[in-house]
Design a protein around this ligand. Structure first.
Ligand code: HEC
Length: 250
């Protein structure tokens, strides 16, 4: 190869590399926007009431709860209905719907049931952010705890009221309606107009009993529950006996 030929070939290779670099180059702003989507998704989970609650300009949620009222610690607490690793499980068969549903559809089920609100527009920044945040919580999905065993005595709301007064009222308040903070709650209501509706998973005995026994009072070690199984069933019976919004989608 002549020197001129070599120079030409060298230049061509350099141009090809430069072109390739340009083709794959992403300005920093794009990366930040993607990070922001995850950040916004996290905020939607931790401060749902402040972003899409009834007192905001985008009232998709019909109550003042946060997703993390149930998905504890922004969906990272293993005992508190974690969101870690769930994204890859979708599309997934839903017994409730009787068909395969997408992650977006599952999020909308939470929106219309637990959040007593409306579905999110499919092309909204909110839906994209929820999905981006849930996808960012990558890891092995937590194995769901088996349903709580049935108690020795049928659950009783009157005994549950006694458990509520003794254990729950300090935070959730004697009237069970929670303690407000800003546009949301420091301690969420357990029933009443601002609580999850009767289509929510938490309105099902088996779910509520396990969640309450492993997580309440908030902060306990799930391996050492404070409530006995009977107490958890009784207080779940109290929650069942109280008024809450009706699920509109039936
Ligand atoms: C030390 C305060 C505290 C006590 C005591 C407590 N909770 Fe909670 N509870 C919370 C907080 C805070 C949350 C919301 C989760 C969060 O913000 O981390 C919560 C969430 C819940 C939820 C989920 C609400 C929803 O909308 O899904 C239920 C159900 C619940 N508590 C039931 C109970 C019951 C029943 C008792 C009594 C046996 C109890 N809690 C005792 C602080 C407490």
């Amino acid at each position: 190869m002549t020197l001129k030929g070599f120079a030409a070939a060298f230049l061509a290779v350099c141009c090809a590399i430069a072109a390739g670099t340009l083709a794959t180059y992403r300005p920093a702003a794009v990366a930040t926007a993607a990070d922001d989507l995850v950040g916004y998704g996290k905020r939607l989970v931790t401060e749902t009431f402040a972003e899409i609650g009834p007192d905001t300009g985008k009232p998709f949620a019909g109550n003042r709860l946060a997703c993390q009222s149930r998905h504890l610690d922004a969906g990272t607490r293993p005992s508190g209905v974690p969101l870690v690793g769930v994204a890859k499980a979708y599309p997934k068969f839903s017994a409730r719907s009787g068909r395969v549903i997408s992650l977006a559809e599952r999020i909308d089920e939470c929106m219309t049931r637990s959040m007593n609100g409306t579905t999110l527009p499919q092309d909204s920044r909110e839906m994209a952010a929820f999905i981006a945040y849930i996808r960012s919580l990558d890891g092995p999905a937590v194995v769901q705890a088996p349903p709580a065993p049935t108690p020795s005595t049928p659950p009783d709301a009157a005994r549950g009221a006694e458990v509520h007064t003794r254990v729950c009222a300090a935070c959730h308040q004697p009237d069970g309606l929670g303690r407000r903070a800003g546009r949301g709650y420091e301690f969420p209501p357990l029933w009443g107009p601002d609580s999850f509706n009767d289509g929510a998973g938490m309105d099902r005995f088996e779910r509520a009993v396990g969640f309450i026994q492993r997580n309440m009072p908030r902060g306990i070690d799930p391996a050492h529950p404070q409530l006995t199984l009977q107490e958890a069933w009784d207080v779940a019976a109290l929650l069942q006996s109280k008024p809450r919004p009706r699920y509109a989608g039936r």
